[in-house]
Every structure is written in structure tokens, then in C-alpha cells.
Design a binder for this molecule. Structure first.
Ligand code: CU
Length: 66
């Protein structure tokens, strides 16, 4: 399943790293692609969307609708 999330406070590559790490705590096999310009995060994962969203939020980021 592919998730498309918007993370408005993702500003730089360190943010991308933190978000990727957070996602991988939920699903180590997840593939994360993030664009700091569009603030869009594409995640290929078998995990539930709410679990991914929760992990990103816990890492200090805001997830809004696509
Ligand atoms: Cu950053």
C-alpha cells in the first residue's frame, strides 16, 4: 500500500531522516520518499496508515491530509 502524507513542518534533510526513522520503527521494510519543497511524503508500506501517522507525530511532525 502506498501512503501519501503531507508534513508541513518537514524543512530539511534532517527532518526527512527523522521521519524515515520514525516510519521504519513501525515498518522496517517501508520505503520512504520525501520532498522538502512540496512537503509530501510517499511511503510504501504494509503497516496501517494510523500507525505510520502516529509515529511521525510522535517524532514531532505534523501530518495533514494529502
Ligand atoms: Cu529539518
Amino acid at each position: 500500500m502506498q501512503l501519501h502524507l503531507k508534513v508541513p513542518n518537514m524543512a530539511c534533510s534532517t527532518c526527512v531522516e527523522s521521519i524515515t526513522k520514525a516510519v521504519k520503527t513501525v515498518d522496517p521494510t517501508a520505503i520512504v520518499q520525501a520532498d522538502t519543497k512540496t512537503k509530501l511524503v510517499q511511503i510504501e508500506t504494509q503497516a496501517a496508515e494510523f500507525a505510520i501517522t502516529e509515529a511521525i507525530t510522535a517524532a514531532g511532525y505534523t501530518v495533514t491530509g494529502d
